[in-house]
Design a protein around this ligand. Structure first.
Ligand code: SAM
Length: 201
């Protein structure tokens, strides 16, 4: 997975590649799909949601440009896979999921990784733990989630898929004194971000 799906496709950050190697994806997929855990694809995890494709997880981590020690917010815990990978790259990871049953399952899986799991509308962020050096959103937003941008440190990075329910561009947004600076974008497809700053349920 690391060599063929990630390095050959341009993921070059060795810390990210090591983190992807360190976290066993099979722990985060339903038991009946374990044989497909290293497929180059998103997979169903129940409740109409998915565990993200390994490439997108690595790409988001690379775009966050983490060096270790940062406080990070992961919006859309899902299976917990992205949060587990982030825990290898940053100091303090908070992850928020709106669907209670997914948050509960992910909370158990993420305990050994030291990730703090919260239940709620991630479009509101976690003001009690802000500011964050980085925010990763693993669901598609219709526009820049302002509240999440406001919870970034100066020069902090927000990586979020923005577009329609069907297709989006993964945007890398840096908080600057002049306002949001968009660094670069790649096409992607995520499930919708549902909530106050996202799509309607
Ligand atoms: N990173 C996850 C993983 O690796 O398993 C992928 C999760 S899936 C693509 C997106 C998740 O975002 C879903 O579990 C969905 O319920 C959650 N979600 C959607 N809107 C949300 C919101 N407003 N707040 C928190 N979670 C949300």
């Amino acid at each position: 997975m690391v060599e063929e799906q990630l390095r050959l496709r341009g993921i070059a950050n060795e810390r990210v590649l090591a983190a992807m190697r360190a976290v066993p994806r099979e722990l985060f997929v339903p038991p009946e799909l374990r044989g497909r855990a290293y497929d180059d694809a998103a997979l169903p995890i129940g409740e109409g949601q998915t565990i993200s494709q390994p490439y997108m997880v690595a790409r988001i981590c690379e775009e966050l440009d983490l060096h270790g020690g940062e406080r990070v917010l992961d919006v859309g815990t899902g299976s917990g896979y992205q949060a587990a990978v982030l825990s290898q790259l940053a100091g303090d990871v908070h992850s928020i999921e709106r669907i209670e049953s997914l948050a509960a399952e992910a909370g158990e899986r993420l305990a050994p990784f030291g990730v703090h799991v919260h239940v709620g509308d991630g479009t509101r962020g976690l003001p009690e733990h802000a500011p964050f050096a980085a925010v990763a959103v693993a669901a598609a937003a219709p526009h820049l989630p302002e509240t999440l941008y406001e919870q970034l440190e100066l020069r902090g990075r927000l990586v979020v898929p923005i577009g329609s329910r069907r297709e989006q561009l993964l945007q890398v947004i840096v908080r600057s004194p002049e306002g949001p600076a968009v660094l670069r974008t790649v096409p992607c497809r995520f499930v919708p971000l549902v909530g106050e700053g996202g799509f309607r349920a």
